[in-house]
Design a protein around this ligand. Structure first.
Ligand SMILES: *[C@@H]1O[C@H](CO)[C@@H](O)[C@H](O)[C@H]1NC(C)=O
Ligand SMILES: *[C@@H]1O[C@H](CO)[C@@H](O)[C@H](O)[C@H]1NC(C)=O
Length: 348
């Protein structure tokens, strides 16, 4: 392996590793192995893409960006025998019946599906797929890795197997232009509200001077609003597109949701439990304030640094860049490449 590795990326990664180790606490779940595994992925990962039944596109912008990047990625191989994983492309409007036919065709025409019953296969479905009585769709659902858009409705996501795409950040360019030094913190929490999600809770926050609630879809001073707030409030299921921007600017993300969630993006990479807070709507603004105020200054400083360090992995690029959202989603696939392949046996 190491002999085929170009020297420059190795040096670069070594530097990254060192800087990651120096800047404790780390935003990563496995800071000591992440960059080495990532380098192995760059050198070795091979994905075989089945030919789609007919060309199609994704309406969802982040799914579309991921799909197009995947189709032209250097990880693709024409040789299925050297592939670690197989990608099953299908249009987001495919009916369950057509999906069943599609999987049945792969099962009959190629030897790869039967070896793992689909466990070394993955697919992209923005909303995720549901359970089905059909054996083919059920195997796809239960065994194959699903990639969908964060957040996913609860029954459509299987923890430890499925992956979500980080939200598409529309204004990444604004961030690099933003001043580095934060001005005075005037608000405990900032909510960029879509005007619909959790409206009672949002109305309550609006009345509280500790919170800044912004109902403009494209706020002119979003950067300023984020910078003058300690915490950035994200309603799970509401507008989450600004999550990366908030984190990059050092605003600690608070996900507001009433059930445990396991579909946060880069769940296998980032230490979300240490760099963000999960708060339920129960107890309203009063309870939220108690939770936010219970974070000590020291804890807060660590969370802020980690959130900011983690944000670079949530950035999408038209042309994928090292360690960006595209590569980190691919990295999560790489972590899922170990499946048991059964030798093909002729039935007696
Ligand atoms: C895979 O297994 C099914 C039975 O479950 C069989 O009908 C099919 O022919 C097998 N595919 C291949 C390529 O052998
Ligand atoms: C922030 O930076 C600006 C310009 O770079 C400077 O004028 C200002 O004094 C700085 N503010 C703080 C609080 O450091």
């Amino acid at each position: 392996m190491a002999t085929t590795t170009p020297v420059f990326p190795l040096l670069l990664l070594l530097l990254l590793l060192l800087s990651a180790a120096a800047a404790s606490p780390s935003p990563y779940l496995s800071p000591t192995t992440l960059f080495q595994n990532y380098q192995n992925m760059l050198t070795n990962f091979k994905i075989f893409i089945y030919a789609p039944a007919k060309p199609f596109t994704f309406q969802n912008p982040v799914a579309s960006l991921f799909y197009n990047s995947l189709l032209k990625s250097p990880f693709n191989t024409q040789d299925p025998n050297e592939a670690h994983l197989f990608f099953v492309p299908f249009s987001p409007d495919t009916s369950t019946r057509s999906l069943a036919r599609l999987v049945r065709n792969f099962r009959v025409k190629h030897p790869y599906w039967n070896r793992t019953l689909g466990a070394d296969h993955f697919f992209l479905s923005p909303a995720g797929i549901d359970y089905s009585a059909d054996r083919n769709v059920l195997e796809l659902k239960k065994n194959s890795v699903q990639i969908s858009v964060f957040p996913v409705i609860s029954g459509n996501f299987i923890p430890h197997k499925d992956i979500t795409l980080p939200p598409l950040n529309p204004s990444a360019s604004v961030i690099s232009a933003a001043p580095e030094n934060a001005s005075t913190m005037s608000f405990l929490g900032y909510l960029k509200w879509d005007g619909e999600t959790e409206s009672n809770f949002a109305e309550e926050l609006k009345k509280d001077a500790d919170f800044l609630v912004d109902i403009e879809r494209d706020s002119l001073d979003q950067v300023g609003n984020i910078q003058t707030s300690k915490f950035c409030l994200l309603f799970y299921g509401g507008d989450v597109a600004w999550m990366m921007e908030a984190m990059a600017l050092g605003c600690v993300p608070v996900v507001i949701v009433d059930r445990p969630i396991q579909d946060l993006p880069l769940m296998d990479v980032l230490r979300w439990s240490d760099l963000s807070l999960l708060v339920s709507t129960r107890g309203g603004a009063k309870r939220l304030k108690e939770v936010l105020n219970s974070v000590s200054e020291e804890e807060y400083g660590g969370m802020k640094r980690m959130a900011s360090a983690a944000s670079k992995h949530l950035v999408w690029n038209e042309e994928p860049q090292p360690l960006d959202a595209f590569h980190m989603v691919i990295y999560q696939l790489w972590l899922r490449r170990h499946t048991i392949r059964y030798a093909r046996r002729e039935s007696v």
